[in-house]
Design a protein around this ligand. Structure first.
Ligand code: SF4
Ligand code: FES
Length: 563
């Protein structure tokens, strides 16, 4: 295999990747601003330049190439020696940093990017440490460029990543470069605003604090945030995300690179759609219907009522119906299905269905005209539920057998529950999901509802339990392409609520306690996956499920202490 030596480290490569790409893949750092893996190469910032020695094709002797080469644009050659730490390369890095900082404002203490800014980091690593510039700095305006983004022009280093993003990824070309020399700046194309479905990504790819997310602006210092790997819990895309939070509160959601799923991007809907998690409207107390009025109760009293109702239905041979939401994880669907099977026995009538799967418009692939299978294509999924396939996969294995091997779709389930006496439903949708048909179909039935936000049914439920959103628990989602991916719990469930996984773990443990006397364990998604593999033969949940690469939690590096 061909080899190249970069800063003394021998690296293998195939094809003709750039020196920078091979260096990064081998854990070597070469400073870079304008290069981004998902965008075209322009080699304009010049900080990645290196000294290169290449073998002479006739003599095989190593010959120095007489000028510095941009490692982002220069393809690796077999036997080359590359140095970005030679005096010549280091002098270039210092010169580029000095040039970039000439007009850059010294506003790091109030800049949102501080702590994750490449200008700060490279200034420390590769800069001169002092400024020789004594003249007035050129001031540039702040611009409101779109619904989600501010542009602080005087922090911009003209790497053009944002411009290329709007041309090459979204195809909308709202951003452009205007002016020349020191007065050059990024601006909106006349008549346009940065208003596309992926606009938030420009704040991620801007290496400095020039493009900032309005939603995150001045809300939190980044070194206080803990980053937890997660999966898009709103659509069927399975996009890899990081949930960034501090002291039980989410501050932002960012994409995690996964070339097989979302590449480097997420949609604005996924980026900002988590706000309902901290809504004041969240259900935060178990309730039950008493003499026609809903009153607060405890989880254990609510569990007593559920157990009694299910036992009575079973003794009377009455039909029980269960609706499993596609917003739940595979583990939760399994536990719910298991408890319902237990409630009804193998032969009693259980009508098992999957909750409505919302669809909005059609799948949309970027760049426009690309096929979803293209190497760099990114698709926003029309299906607005993260786990319809996973829930179906698990419920098909869990029963009811042999009458209905597959769980019913929502419409079929609605038609089938006419004579059911007890109905247990899970919601967990970020917006209204209860239809008039559902409300009508549930009249005069005993309703047990586990949900997160108020809706048409919450006031009518005989027993109402507050559930938890996907950010408040761990589990597995199956995306639109059948990929099983686990996600971690980012924050604890809001006070008064419990994850559906915990609720069904509790309900199952109460049944087992009658025989073994043990209390309820904590819901453990990994243990449930193992149980699913052992008891249902769903081996994919231990063999194929993909966990986030590179460990799980990244803790904030600064702790708040009481003074
Ligand atoms: S705004 Fe940011 S991404 Fe755009 S050119 Fe300037 S530094 Fe680069
Ligand atoms: S990263 Fe190579 S020139 Fe900018």
């Amino acid at each position: 295999m061909a080899r190249i030596t970069i800063n003394g480290k021998s690296c293998e490569f195939t094809g003709s990747p750039s020196i920078l790409a091979v260096a990064l893949a081998n854990g070597l750092e070469i400073p870079h601003y304008c290069w981004h893996e998902g965008l075209s190469v322009v080699a304009s910032c010049r900080i990645c330049l290196a000294e290169v020695w290449a073998p002479d094709p006739r003599s095989g002797q190593l010959e120095p190439i007489p000028r510095l080469l941009p490692t982002c644009q220069t393809a690796c050659g077999d036997g080359q020696i590359v140095r970005t730490d030679s005096p010549k390369a280091v002098a270039n890095q210092k010169a580029v940093m000095e040039y970039l900082l000439i007009n850059h404002p010294l506003d790091c203490p109030i800049c949102d990017q501080a702590g994750e800014c490449y200008l700060q980091d490279y200034s420390y690593e590769y800069g001169r440490g002092e400024s020789r510039f004594e003249e007035e700095k050129i001031k540039q305006p702040k611009k409101d460029v779109g619904p989600h983004i501010y542009l602080y022009s005087d922090r911009c280093i003209m790497c053009s990543r944002c411009v290329r993003f709007t041309r090459e990824v979204t195809g909308t070309a709202e951003l452009c470069v205007v002016g020349r020399g020191a007065s050059q700046q990024i601006d909106l194309f006349p008549g346009l605003a940065l208003d596309n479905e992926l606009s938030g990504n420009v704040a991620d790819i801007c290496p400095v604090g020039a493009l900032l997310d309005k939603d995150f602006l001045f809300s939190q210092r980044v070194w206080l945030l803990t980053r937890t790997p997660s999966i898009d819990g709103l659509t069927a895309s399975g996009d890899n995300i990081s949930i960034e939070h501090n002291q039980g509160r989410i501050y932002r959601v960012k994409p995690r690179r996964n070339l097989a799923v979302n590449k480097w991007w997420i949609s604005d809907e996924v980026r900002y759609g988590w706000k309902f998690i901290h809504s004041d409207e969240r259900l935060a107390e178990p309730r039950k219907l008493q003499y026609g009025e809903q009153v607060g109760t405890s989880f254990s009293a609510a569990y007593d009522e559920i157990d009694e109702r299910l036992a009575a239905a079973r003794d009377a041979g009455a039909k029980v119906a269960a609706l499993v939401s596609p917003m739940l994880s595979c583990e939760e669907a399994y536990l719910m299905g298991k408890r319902m099977r237990q409630a009804c026995g193998d032969s009693a009538p259980l009508i098992l269905g999957i909750g409505p799967v919302p669809v909005s418009g059609e799948d949309k692939t970027f760049p426009p005209g690309a096929s979803p299978d293209d190497r760099n294509a990114f698709t926003i999924r029309a299906e607005r539920a993260p786990n319809a396939r996973g829930v179906r996969r698990v419920l098909s294995a869990v029963g009811p057998k042999p009458q209905a091997p597959s769980p019913l779709d929502f419409d079929q389930w609605l038609a089938a529950i006419k004579d059911a006496e007890v109905v247990i439903l899970t919601g967990n949708y970020p917006s209204e999901w209860v239809t008039k048909d559902l409300t009508k179909a549930l009249s005069r039935k005993f309703i047990i509802l586990i949900d997160t936000l108020p809706n048409d049914l919450t006031g009518k439920a005989n027993v109402l339990l507050p559930g938890a959103t996907w950010a408040e628990k761990s589990g597995t989602f199956e995306n639109v392409n059948g990929l099983l991916q686990t996600f971690e719990q980012a924050i604890t469930p809001i006070e008064g609520s419990r994850s559906e996984g915990q609720i069904f773990t509790d309900l199952l443990a109460r049944q087992a306690a009658a025989t073994n006397g043990h209390g309820a364990p904590r819901f453990n998604a990994a243990a449930v996956r193992r149980e699913m593999a052992e008891t249902l033969g769903l081996l994919e949940f231990v063999r194929e499920v993909q966990a986030p690469a590179g460990g799980s939690f990244i803790e904030s590096d600064m702790e708040l202490v009481e003074l």
